[in-house]
Design a protein around this ligand. Structure first.
Ligand code: M6R
Length: 608
């Protein structure tokens, strides 16, 4: 996690560093800092908490210098206090770091034994101290970095600045992303192209093991064996996206409202709408007829989109599906078959657990398909097939539009698989495509429920525990509803398969326990409603999400309801995501939590 940036500029770089950090704040936001070289000397400003605290500090004590580095932190080692904020520095070097130096304890002991005194509890400071000690023997920053890098174990992206070197910035990448930006007499380094978008659209991505020496004239890149290498310069489209909230109070609300548009855009990418069929774009023309097992792995909300897709692949394509949380998949030694296909789902494309699972599957000889929102991400680049979600940048830490776009792509893939495997007839496919094409308009209708959901969410914000129930594809939606409520409002919530409640959790039910029942009118609607009555009979307070006919058939006048449009049930999960997102959003607003940047979280989780 954490975001890093570096600039070799023509003018003072402090405000540009802060601008870039604003675009990286999604990667962590518990403290921030910048350092510059000014008249040959290193100086820095750091602040605990959000970036605005650093901005305040910079107003009082500005930082000058035309070369600098910056960092926004998600703490791994050491509490989020100023002392542990990056950059970590000595009088000779200043370092920003994303990732974890796994052998930092032994390096720290070794340095302390030689008299080095550490000022922080972080793993990062060992890099600054090691470089400083090495510079004492080899008075050459480039050679010092070359000597120090092989001593570091773990996953990291580093930016390093040196006293007396106004025209030098060194970066290194091992397992965490790092991009180089090319300007006119200026050079940049950043965790992603989005951070660099205000400055340049000319980007190179470092490969694992690469390190780079930047001067204002350009970049010299070396691989892990210190051989000079070239990395392609590509045009980044990141600048095309505005990173603002529009008329909304929070990015999350803006992103919820963007869903009809981005789901529509994603559908247009995967469908031949006139023919009423899936037309898989270049890059993801998978032949599912040759696949005997699909193994899905992902984390968090992306995992729930995969769980929804399991129902679709099994039903539409009669394809065996295994699904696992990425951090578990890698270590459970699942037997994988030659004809298996591994599918990884990720908004950021940088999630460390998902990336590790991908590399494991590749090493086992599987072909890899990735559903990703960031096309230049590591997961996208390391996959055999890429299926992009066209959600655009998602800034709110809670995943909303990326989630519904993931389900949209997965629905298209499942239909394509059904056709290729001879399970779906031409008519079946046309019908399903028709249903999918109606989803954006149904989502737009669902957005109109905001006011009604807000009132219910207000009541919800006063309780301590909440249960979400669903069956079929509504079961993963129940899990997703619970995750959203937890991460945004800090209210304890659990998602359950409605039929499983009677096997234990029903003991939790009393009149203080709200139970949110997600029940589109599908083939198991009646069973879900029976489970709902079992809860009500024990005093549970019901919030029922279904359509008007579903509300009437449920026959529960005391239940609070969210009335959805009637719709075919196959892809209802995508539409029902909207009221679930509203519930957690408005509960969080009522409680006054930080909606876009909930405590302890980061958007891009690049540590295992
Ligand atoms: O970038 P990814 O989709 O790989 O991220 C996976 C999870 O970290 C992410 O979905 C997380 O659970 C969200 N905060 C949920 O809203």
């Amino acid at each position: 996690m954490c975001g890093i940036v570096g600039i070799l500029g023509q003018q003072d770089v402090a405000s540009s560093l802060v601008d870039a950090l604003k675009r990286l704040e999604y990667r962590g936001y518990d403290s921030a800092g910048i350092a510059t070289v000014n008249a040959g000397a290193l100086d820095r400003r750091r602040a605990e908490g959000k970036l605005r605290n650093l901005e305040e500090k910079l107003k009082l004590t500005p930082l000058h210098g035309t070369s600098g580095i910056g960092h926004t932190r998600w703490a791994t080692h050491g509490r989020p206090v100023e002392r542990n904020a990056h950059p970590h520095a000595t009088d000779r070097v200043s370092v920003v770091h994303n990732g974890i130096i796994e052998n930092f304890r032994e390096l720290r002991e070794e340095l302390e034994a030689t008299g080095v005194v550490f000022e922080s509890d972080t793993d990062t400071e060992v890099v600054a101290q090691l470089l400083t000690q090495t510079l004492g023997h080899i008075n050459d920053p480039v050679k010092a970095v070359e000597a120090v890098l092989p001593r570091l174990r773990g996953a990291f992206a580093l930016g390093m600045l040196f006293a007396g070197e106004d025209d030098l910035l060194i970066g290194a990448r091992q397992g965490a992303p790092l991009a180089i930006g090319y300007g006119e007499g200026e050079m940049y380094l950043g965790s992603d192209a989005l951070a660099l978008a205000p400055f340049t659209d000319q980007i190179s991505y470092l490969d694992d093991g690469d390190w780079v020496v930047l001067t204002r004239k350009g970049a010299s890149i070396f691989d892990a064996a210190n051989k000079p290498v070239k990395r392609a310069k590509v045009h980044s489209a990141a600048g095309a996206y505005s990173i603002d909230k529009g008329n909304h109070r929070h990015f999350m609300m803006k992103e919820i409202h963007e869903q009809p548009e981005v789901v529509g855009r994603t559908l247009a990418h995967y469908l031949d709408m006139r023919q009423g069929e899936v037309a898989l774009p270049d890059g993801c023309k998978v032949d599912f007829s040759q696949v005997d097992r699909l193994t899905i792995a992902a984390c968090g909300t992306a995992f729930y989109s995969g769980l929804v897709a399991k129902y679709w692949f099994e039903r539409f394509a009669r394809l065996n599906v295994d699904i696992d949380i990425a951090s578990e998949f890698r270590y459970r030694e699942a037997p994988l078959t030659d004809k298996g296909l591994a599918l990884f789902i990720s908004q950021s494309g940088e999630t460390a657990d998902t990336l590790a699972a991908l590399r494991y599957a590749k090493a086992e000889g599987l072909k890899v398909l990735a559903v990703v929102n960031v096309p230049t991400s590591t997961i996208a680049r390391e996959s055999d097939y890429q299926a992009p979600t066209l959600a655009g940048p998602e800034i709110g830490v809670a995943s909303t539009k990326a989630f519904t776009c993931q389900m949209t792509v997965l629905a298209c893939l499942a239909i394509a698989a059904g056709r290729q495997r001879g399970v779906l007839s031409r008519e079946d496919e046309k019908r399903l495509i028709g249903e999918l094409m109606a989803v954006p308009a149904l989502m737009a209708q669902a957005l109109k429920q905001a006011g009604a959901v807000k009132k219910l969410a207000h009541d919800l914000s006063r309780v301590k525990d909440v249960l979400f129930l669903g069956r079929g594809t509504s079961y993963p939606m129940a899990l997703e509803g619970a995750l959203k409520l937890k991460e945004l409002s800090y209210i304890h919530a659990e998602g359950y398969a409605a039929g499983e409640l009677k096997h234990g959790p029903i003991a939790l039910i009393d009149e203080d326990m709200p139970v949110i029942v997600i029940a589109p009118r599908d083939n198991i609607y009646e069973k879900t409603i029976s489970n709902m009555h079992e809860v009500a009979a024990r005093g549970g307070r019901i919030i029922l999400i279904t359509d008007q006919q579903g509300i009437e058939e449920a026959d529960m006048p005391d239940a609070a309801t969210i009335a959805m449009q009637a719709m075919p049930s196959d892809f209802a999960a995508i539409v029902y995501a909207v009221p679930i997102q509203f519930l957690s959003y408005y509960a969080a607003v009522a409680l006054g939590t930080d909606v876009d940047q909930p405590r302890n979280l980061a958007k891009s989780v690049t540590v295992e």
